[in-house]
Write a protein that binds this ligand. Structure first.
Ligand code: ATP
Ligand code: MG
Length: 239
C-alpha cells in the first residue's frame, strides 16, 4: 500500500457502520491522512467530550453510555446538526423554512458512529444525503480479544491498540506525548451490551442504505487488513 495522498474528484460523503471496537476510529484517522480533503465527525468522541466538560448534554448521556445503551435520537440529531453548522456544512436556516440546505455541496466527510438507527439515517437523508456506506466486519470473538488492549488519547480521539497499532512510546500519544487512557465502556460486560445494541439496530440501518444502493461491505480480522481494501474502493469511486 503506497503512503501517497490522493485527491478526490467527487464529493465523498461516507459513513462507517460496524460493531463496537471494529476499528471505525482507526479507519477514520487513516482515511483523513490518505484523502486530505476529508473531514470527520465522530459521534462517540463528541459525546465523550461533552461528558468530560460536564455539559447538560454530557450529564444526560454519561449514564446511558456507561450502560452500553444508545443516546436518544433527538439528542444525537441536535448534536450532529450543531456540529455540521460549526463546520459550515449547513446553513443556519430559521426553523420556519421547510428544510436545512447544505452550504457546500462539495464538502467531503466521514461520519464515524452516526447514524446508528434508521430514524437517525432518515433525518440525515433530509439534511446531507450520504453516498457511501461502509459496513466494517470483524468477528466479535476477534474484537473481544483485542478490546482490552485499546488505548485512546481522549482530547483528539486517536486510538491505539498495543497488539497491532501500538503508540511509539508506551502509554503516550504519538502527536502530543500526553498520557493515553482506557475507555470506561470498554469493560467486557459493557462491550457485550454495546454489541447487543449494535446487533439490534444495525440490521434495519444497513437495509435502509442497501435500498439506496450505496452500501459496501469489507471484512478483515484487523484494521491493517481492512484499510487497503477501503482505500482502493474509495479511489475507485471518488478519485
Ligand atoms: P467504537 O468506538 O469502538 O467503534 P462504539 O461504536 O460502540 O465503538 P462510540 O461510537 O465511541 O463507540 O460510541 C460510544 C457510545 O456513545 C455508544 O455506546 C452510545 O452510547 C453513544 N453513541 C455514539 N454515537 C451514537 C449515536 N449515533 N446514537 C446513539 N448513541 C450514540
Ligand atoms: Mg469509535
Amino acid at each position: 500500500m503506497s503512503s501517497a495522498t490522493k485527491q478526490l474528484t467527487k464529493a465523498a460523503r461516507i459513513i462507517l457502520v460496524g460493531a463496537p471496537g471494529v476499528g471505525k476510529g482507526t479507519q477514520t484517522e487513516r482515511l483523513l491522512t490518505r484523502f486530505p480533503q476529508l473531514a470527520s465527525i465522530s459521534s462517540g468522541d463528541i459525546l465523550r467530550d461533552n461528558v468530560r466538560r460536564k455539559t447538560p448534554l454530557g450529564l444526560k448521556a454519561e449514564a446511558v453510555m456507561q450502560s452500553g445503551n444508545l443516546v436518544p435520537d433527538s439528542m444525537m440529531l441536535d448534536l450532529i446538526s450543531s456540529e455540521f453548522k460549526s463546520k459550515g456544512w449547513l446553513s443556519n436556516t430559521p426553523p420556519s423554512s421547510q428544510r436545512t440546505t447544505p452550504i457546500s455541496p462539495n464538502a467531503s466527510f466521514i461520519l464515524d458512529g452516526f447514524p446508528r438507527t434508521v430514524a437517525q439515517a432518515g433525518s440525515l437523508d433530509k439534511i446531507v444525503p450520504v453516498n457511501f456506506v461502509v459496513h466494517l466486519l470483524t468477528p466479535p470473538s476477534v474484537i473481544l480479544s483485542r478490546i482490552g488492549s485499546r488505548w485512546v488519547h481522549e482530547p483528539s480521539g486517536r486510538v491505539y491498540n498495543t497488539g497491532f497499532n501500538a503508540p511509539k512510546a508506551p502509554g503516550k500519544d504519538d502527536v502530543t506525548g500526553e498520557p493515553l487512557t482506557q475507555r470506561q465502556d470498554d469493560s467486557i460486560d459493557t462491550w457485550k451490551q454495546r454489541l447487543q445494541k449494535f446487533e439490534e439496530t444495525s440490521k434495519d440501518l444497513l437495509e435502509h442504505y442497501g435500498r439506496q444502493g450505496c452500501l459496501w461491505r469489507v471484512e478483515g480480522d484487523s484494521s491493517d487488513e481492512i484499510s487497503p481494501k477501503l482505500f482502493a474502493e474509495i479511489e475507485r469511486k471518488f478519485c
